[in-house]
Design a protein around this ligand. Structure first.
Ligand code: MUC
Ligand code: MG
Length: 374
């Protein structure tokens, strides 16, 4: 048997407008940049991958432009000519070629898995051992920056049965203003919806103690990353002090962080993201550590488009426990995408595509329309 090898790798920057401004503690997004990976193999099969960040370098340590440089200059040369059918061997070569750069590695691993799934005629979730669910619950983030508008948005999405859990992005305003904003939304939605907040590291521990007490009182369901990622002992004190679950997002990248969080009791829930963990396998290893420690799991996003979101969905669909569902709504935040058919959302969930690989097909016209170097 002739082994297929990796023939070429292309990383393409794609700029897509969002449907409305998306306001987070550290940035306001009006556009999302996708780094689309096209990995071509000697047997004619092409795998697709994607990496995104949020607000350039304002969220994390990788930017879209930096991801492209890392792929073009270091990661692609390490993979060219290698066996395309051995994904983990390729992942190991990437680990040797570059430290960190987990977002770039995740996009490449996704492309390898997509290609291998297409080669074998099975979905990516099957390559990972098999899906235990064919849909994943998906929440929506309210982040227009306007309380009234957020309530109207939530009402419409509840009526359409698209989402029944809403995550509010806070940390831009004072604690008092943020809490008032959240309480107004929670009051308006009542028992019809779950409401969570993501502070994106913006509070000090003492601000968090004040804010979380009021959010708990208002019936909010969960608080994500209230304090900076490095303040694990502070997170542990907050997790011990309050009944409302505390979720680690920025504080958990890979399995080692999950282990430290478990050891220190620094969170009740882990936000697992393929980008943070360097790919789908890394995400599942991170989840396994949390699961073994009795920490609840949540499928996170870096606001990827369809390719990255569906890749994550294939991984999250294999998790035995996914208590807090997912936030894989990225495709719905974008006015358009670069695939022929976007994933379907209904009944508060995303349906996993069933075709081989990711189950998505690239739309060449759209790619040409939105690529930055057109
Ligand atoms: C984050 O920090 O969780 C997820 C949803 C959203 O609106 O932003 C992301 C990032
Ligand atoms: Mg977060």
């Amino acid at each position: 048997m002739v082994l297929p090898y990796i023939e070429s790798i292309e990383a393409i920057l794609v700029d897509l407008p969002t449907i409305r401004a998306h306001q987070l503690a550290m940035t306001v997004m009006n556009v999302q940049t996708l780094v689309i990976v096209r990995l071509r193999c000697s047997d004619g099969i092409e795998g697709l991958g994607e990496a995104t960040t949020i607000g350039g370098l304002s969220y994390g340590e990788e930017s879209p432009e930096g991801i492209k440089v890392a792929i073009d200059t270091y990661l692609a040369p390490a993979l060219l000519g290698q066996n395309a059918a051995n994904v983990l061997a390729a992942v190991q070569r990437m680990e040797k070629a570059a430290r960190g750069n987990t977002f770039a590695k995740s996009a490449l691993e996704t492309a390898l898995l997509d290609a291998q799934g297409k080669r074998l005629g099975v979905p990516v979730s099957t390559l990972l051992g098999g899906a235990v669910r064919d849909t994943v619950p998906v929440l929506w983030t309210l982040a227009s920056g306007d309380t009234r508008r957020d309530i109207e948005e939530a009402e419409a999405l509840l009526d359409a049965r698209r989402h029944d859990t809403f995550k509010l992005k806070i940390g831009r305003c004072s604690v008092a203003e943020d809490v008032a904003h959240v309480c107004a939304i929670k009051r308006a939605l009542g028992k019809r919806a779950r409401v969570t907040v993501d502070v994106n590291q913006a509070w000090s521990e003492s601000q968090a103690a004040v804010g979380i007490a009021q959010l708990e009182e208002a019936g909010v369901d969960l608080v994500e990353q209230p304090v900076p990622r490095a303040h694990r002992t502070g997170m542990a004190r907050l997790a011990a002090r309050f009944v409302i679950p505390i979720m680690a997002d920025e504080a958990v990248q890979g399995p080692e962080d999950a282990m430290a969080i478990a050891r220190e009791g620094a969170a009740d829930v882990l936000a697992i993201k393929i980008a943070k963990s360097g790919g789908l396998y890394g995400a599942l290893r991170t989840a396994a550590v949390g699961d073994a420690a009795g920490i609840a799991l949540y499928g996170g996003t870096m606001l990827e488009g369809s390719i990255g979101s569906v890749a994550a969905a294939h991984a999250f669909a294999t998790l035995p426990r996914l208590e807090w569902g997912t936030e894989l709504f990225g495709p719905l935040l974008l006015v358009d995408d670069v695939v022929r058919e976007r994933p379907a959302y209904a009944d508060f969930s995303m349906r996993l595509p069933t075709g081989p690989g990711l189950g998505l097909a690239l739309d060449e016209d759209k790619l040409n329309r939105y690529r930055r170097d057109r």
